[in-house]
Design a protein around this ligand. Structure first.
Ligand code: AMP
Ligand code: MG
Length: 404
């Protein structure tokens, strides 16, 4: 058996970022930049007022109160173009450019106005409430770097830099192929011994959450011809994910059948539970991740292997699964040699940390417990038995795409 970390490293080292595309800033949140971005604008473009008030010379304020003559106005988007002389003030508004000759803004609240005269009633210091030109960024400065996942805040920065379009990585296309004679799609006629295929829809939703585009290739029967034909759908995908048929039973055909089709594969037994059998390889140029069929295994393998793979294809540094501390609400037994991801629920708080309870049945086929869970309790190989109140590690599940 190999470790989770070793398998993850092997997968990541085999993947390279997909090609790029140009998109409008409107659609760019969550996308991965594929270029460094230089500001096309200096912000603010000139010295500007941060408040509503009066632009003055500090040298006129040596005695307070002092009355000055208001000679004009500088609203946001406009300007007062003459030079301010001693004894004068310019009415100014937030975002208005500071007129030549002025060096300080006195806020409106500290003045009283009478016709063309304004009396300054409180002193201030030189430069107060002036935003200097370029204090935010200067034209030509690099604001964001290639590989950055754009947040809504980055979109604001890019807009202010006068960047309407950005070059980003394409969203990687992830083809999902379910396998198994027992499976039918939701809504289709279902025989007495069949089950409804849930994995492809479940993993597709996770792919979308991770910034990929899922395509469902359908359900291959457990025979050579069906599997071969259906896998052809992955030709133009950036990654093929097979679900099920990954083990060593007579009906687990993925490795043998796709092997004949040119699949170059590593088959790993990974020291983790669930998700022990995992395949990774290359099917005629398309990287392939073969995951076991149980729904819980699919979710755990998606968190640990598929999410980082989508990161690598998207050109961003692969995120490690976020692991955070929590407190046990009951005793638990010791662990065996496999890293364990147990379905658990945060039921409260203790000493500022989440209080967690394990589901009593940890069978990896149970979708009801999986849906009710809001975290995995992560246990290291050979972790000892623990008493109620002990500190443990959890992976929160409901916060989109956890990052660390
Ligand atoms: P396998 O990895 O093909 O041996 O499948 C392991 C278990 O997962 C079996 O009980 C399958 O019926 C079940 N399974 C496989 N694929 C799916 C699927 N797409 N949806 C739900 N269960 C599945
Ligand atoms: Mg199967």
């Amino acid at each position: 058996m190999i470790s989770v970390e070793e398998a993850r490293k092997n997968i990541l080292s085999a993947l390279t970022p997909v090609s790029t595309e140009s998109i409008s800033l409107h659609n760019a949140s969550g996308r991965v930049l594929a270029e460094d971005i230089q500001a096309r604008r200096t912000q603010p473009p000139s010295d500007m007022s941060a408040m509503d008030g009066y632009a003055v010379k500090i040298s006129d304020l040596s005695k307070i109160p002092v009355t000055l003559t208001v000679i004009g106005e500088a609203p946001a988007g406009g300007s007062y173009d003459a030079t301010l002389q001693s004894g004068q003030a310019v009415r100014i508004f937030t975002g208005g450019p500071v007129p030549k000759g002025a060096d300080t803004i006195v806020i409106q609240e500290n003045t009283s106005r009478d016709g063309d005269l304004v009396t300054i009633e409180e002193g201030t210091e030189k430069g107060r409430f002036i935003r200097k030109a370029g204090i935010d960024f200067k034209e030509g400065e690099t604001g964001l770097f290639s590989g950055k996942t754009l947040t809504p805040r980055d979109i604001g920065l890019l807009a202010a830099m006068n960047i309407p379009w950005v070059t980003v990585r394409r969203k990687p296309v992830v083809a999902l192929l379910s396998t198994g004679d027992e499976l039918v799609r939701p809504g289709e006629p279902v025989g007495p011994n069949q089950i409804i295929s849930s994995n492809a829809l479940l993993v597709a939703a996770m792919v979308e959450m991770a910034g990929g585009i899922p395509i469902d290739l359908g359900i291959a029967q457990d025979n050579e011809q069906s599997l071969r034909h259906m896998a052809e759908g992955a030709k133009s995908a950036d990654l093929l994910v097979t679900l099920g048929g990954a083990s060593v039973g007579d009906h687990d055909l993925v490795q043998t059948v796709l092997g004949k089709e040119g699949l170059n594969i590593d088959f790993w037994r990974i020291a983790m539970r669930p998700g022990k059998p995992l395949m990774f390889g290359d099917l005629n140029g398309t990287p392939m991740l073969g995951m076991p069929g149980n729904p819980v295994s699919s979710v755990v393998c998606s968190y640990i292997f598929l999410y980082p793979a989508i990161d690598a294809l998207s050109g961003r540094s692969p995120r490690k699964t976020l692991v955070s501390p929590a407190i046990l609400s009951h005793d638990i037994k010791e662990n065996d040699q496999r890293e364990d991801y147990q379905r658990a629920k945060i039921i409260g708080e203790k000493d500022g940390l989440p209080l967690v309870e394990l589901f009593s049945n940890q069978d990896s086929s149970l979708l009801s417990a999986l849906s009710a869970a809001n975290c995995f309790l992560k246990r290291a190989p050979f972790a000892p038995a623990l008493k109620k109140g002990s500190q443990v590690s959890i992976i929160p599940l409901d916060e989109g795409y956890p990052r660390c």
